[in-house]
Design a protein around this ligand. Structure first.
Ligand code: FNR
Length: 381
């Protein structure tokens, strides 16, 4: 923030906006409509996407004055690693659909700021290629558990072998969401073969392909193993046979599911409705967070995503019980608009506002944000 003001009115000419809520409009102007619909769109009527934002807006911050804090501590210890701030980059599939460097640019932009990137199973570069481009800090791998366990084990073992430091199992995707934008455009990157690099580079997947398989056969084979509605909680222990990595379960909204994650050996949960892309009408992720936190107790790692757009959003999520948040579409928009510098820009803006928010609210550390700094909208009693 200081650098921007010191550079003066011409210092930022041609650069991306610092208003992270305005990025979507900028992206709409540069991406083909089908691709924009895929990244920005939600399921059904879009009710859950709107609810995610409304939930943040319904909480107001209740700042304390003359608190005397001259330093803010944004750091957080999570699963054995120190993070510079309580923010990670959410797993987002098929990133070359929005920028030719895809996940390579994203992981470098994340490394510029020192934040962990969660790589999607459906990435356009293989997990080994992304690992080679990554910085030294922690980075996580997100698993869509395919219906073939041998393939699942292979993906998990490859992730561990290439230095990913945690595994995220996404559980809110037993089927694809009903997404009108994608249906109307007849467009999904995966069906076009974008986002299958972890599959085409996998020995188990390749062994099941017919000889001389072309791109269509690859997509057909992937469609066979994709989606796994038969999965049950007791299968989490199979993951434990394949890897010693910490395991987080992403896509939990119900507190009883959070308890099942704990009971079945997970090391953390991510409260999320997939950014409103799966079940239309599902509860806002922020609204589900306090009950999940109460269910699992004070020390179990709870993260959240879906609707985080600003530094004040991060503060609200932490005050309501999250240890950290994941940022989704905003960094993808940064990638679409300007590659690695675009990702870096978005993350720097978010962290700058979080830092200022701590000062303004009167809180010395992200770890001490609590509900006493929040008030519901409306007159206070
Ligand atoms: C996603 N998300 C997602 N999640 C996941 O576990 N694996 C994946 O491959 C994807 N792919 C994906 C693609 C696109 C285009 C979007 C926008 C999202 C969901 C993502 O991890 C996260 O939960 C949401 O993006 C968070 O909501 P916001 O920040 O986008 O509102």
């Amino acid at each position: 923030v200081r650098e921007i003001y010191l550079a003066g009115p011409d210092g930022r000419e041609g650069q991306l906006t610092t208003d992270l809520t305005a990025l979507e409009d900028a992206v709409r102007a540069v991406l083909p409509p089908a691709v924009f619909g895929f990244v920005a769109g939600g399921s059904g009527t879009g009710a859950t996407g709107r609810a995610n934002r409304d939930a943040f807006d319904q909480w107001r911050l209740l700042p304390r004055a003359l608190h005397g804090f001259t330093r803010r501590d944004l750091t957080l210890d999570l699963l054995g690693h120190r993070l510079p701030a309580p923010v990670l980059l959410a797993p987002i599939s098929a990133q070359t659909a929005v920028h030719h460097e895809g996940e390579i640019a994203t992981v470098r932009g994340a490394a510029d700021v020192g934040l962990p990137f969660v790589l999607s199973s459906y990435s356009s570069h293989s997990l080994e290629e992304v690992a080679a481009a990554a910085g030294p800090g922690p980075r996580w791998f997100q698993l869509y558990w395919p219906s073939d366990d041998e393939l699942a084990a292979s993906l998990v073992r490859r992730a561990e072998a290439s230095g990913y430091t945690a595994l995220v199992l996404t559980v809110d995707n037993p089927s694809v969401g009903y997404r009108p934008a994608d249906l109307d455009h007849g467009y999904l990157p995966l069906i076009r073969g974008t986002g299958l690099a972890n599959y085409t580079s996998d020995p188990v997947f390749r062994a099941a392909l017919p000889p001389n398989a072309g791109p269509e056969a690859v997509v057909r084979q992937w469609a066979q193993v994709n989606g796994n509605p038969s999965l049950t909680w007791d299968r989490l222990n199979r993951l434990r046979e394949w890897t010693g990595l910490p395991l987080l379960v992403k896509g939990v909204l119900h507190p009883d599911d959070a308890l099942l994650a704990v009971a079945n050996g997970a090391d953390g949960v991510i409260v999320s409705n997939h950014g409103g892309r799966q079940l239309d009408g599902a509860a806002a992720a922020l609204d589900c967070l306090p009950a999940v936190r109460t269910a699992v107790g004070n020390t179990f790692p709870v993260l959240m995503d879906s609707g985080v757009r600003t530094g004040t959003d991060v503060a609200k999520a932490l005050a309501l019980g999250a240890d950290a948040v994941l940022l989704g579409r905003p960094y993808l928009y940064g990638l679409a608009l300007d590659g690695r510098p675009g990702v870096r820009h978005v993350l720097q803006c978010l962290l700058a506002e979080l830092d200022l928010t701590l000062t303004q609210i009167g809180c010395g550390s992200v770890r001490s944000l609590g509900p006493e700094l929040l008030a519901p909208a409306g007159p206070l009693g």
